[in-house]
Design a protein around this ligand. Structure first.
Ligand code: OOG
Ligand code: MG
Length: 253
């Protein structure tokens, strides 16, 4: 198993928007190795000029774990080229088989370089916003093992973040809905995110610390989807509604 080679395979698949076979079909590797492949593939992005803008949690809801047939939380890195303006329109061609999912995004107030506890939240987290994540597995048919998806930077491909607002409100049971062309396709609750989205923030700091990733001031922290993800098609108008927050949207050409 060659970490750099596998990182190149997955990075090239993302760059060319061309699916590849699951990496673990040919070589078996551990979760630890998978994170090393992810880090090496991100190094390639940084060399091309991309900047880290945050981190994301994945499989923090049972709905997502069931949909993808995996059993554990994962985390990945977000870069500036993934960030899309709210209300913007994008082309399907830049992706392989993109899916959208509704999320909550947290804004980091002060660089996080250690594991946080609930008491630290006020000091380190500035705000919360409704968000939509666009995931695009680089693997054929969107099928993978846990090690594959970690190596693939957790399918990270895009994010659209809505209006920031104070997190001094109960976040534990907000209705979260994904709507396509005016029709609700999935409805969940923020409590589906590990029972409370703050737990996802804390887990992110634990995992980032374990893999020596500092979460910088100003970073976005995506808590993970509360509902299954939905494949995107041409002319889709996609909106996420989070109770008590402004909605967030984008469209597909
Ligand atoms: C992996 C990414 C999971 C989430 O919010 O649970 C994720 C995938 O489903 O392809 O982003
Ligand atoms: Mg997600």
């Amino acid at each position: 198993m060659n970490i750099k080679e596998l990182a190149k395979t997955i990075d090239t698949a993302a760059l060319k928007a061309k699916a590849v076979a699951q990496l673990t079909l040919k070589s078996k590797f551990s979760e630890q190795d998978a994170y090393a492949i992810q880090a090496a593939s991100l190094e390639r992005r940084y060399k091309r000029g991309e900047k880290l803008i945050g981190i994301k949690m994945g499989f923090t809801s049972v709905a997502k774990m069931k949909q993808m047939g995996v059993h554990d939380m994962i985390w990945g890195r977000l870069t500036d080229t993934m960030l899309m303006k709210e209300g913007s329109q994008f082309d399907l061609d830049q992706f392989i088989h993109p899916r959208a999912e509704p999320e909550l995004c947290f804004l980091v107030k002060k660089t996080i370089d250690h594991i946080l506890s609930l008491n630290d939240i006020g000091e380190y987290i500035e705000a919360v916003a409704p968000a939509i994540e666009i995931i695009d597995s680089r693997f054929k048919d969107f099928k993978f093992s846990l090690e594959d998806v970690i190596a693939d930077n957790c399918s990270s491909a895009g994010l659209v973040v809505g209006k920031w607002q104070s997190h001094n409100m109960p976040l534990g049971n907000l209705k979260i809905e994904l709507e396509i062309n005016g029709k609700a396709v999935h409805t969940g609750s923020s409590k589906d995110i590990l029972g409370d989205p703050w737990k996802s923030v804390l887990a992110a700091t634990r995992l980032a610390n374990q893999y020596e990733q500092v979460i910088p001031e100003g970073a976005y922290l995506m808590a993970g989807a509360a509902t299954p993800a939905v494949y995107l098609n041409a002319k889709n108008e996609v909106t996420a509604h989070v109770e008590y927050m402004d909605s967030v949207s984008f469209s597909v050409k």
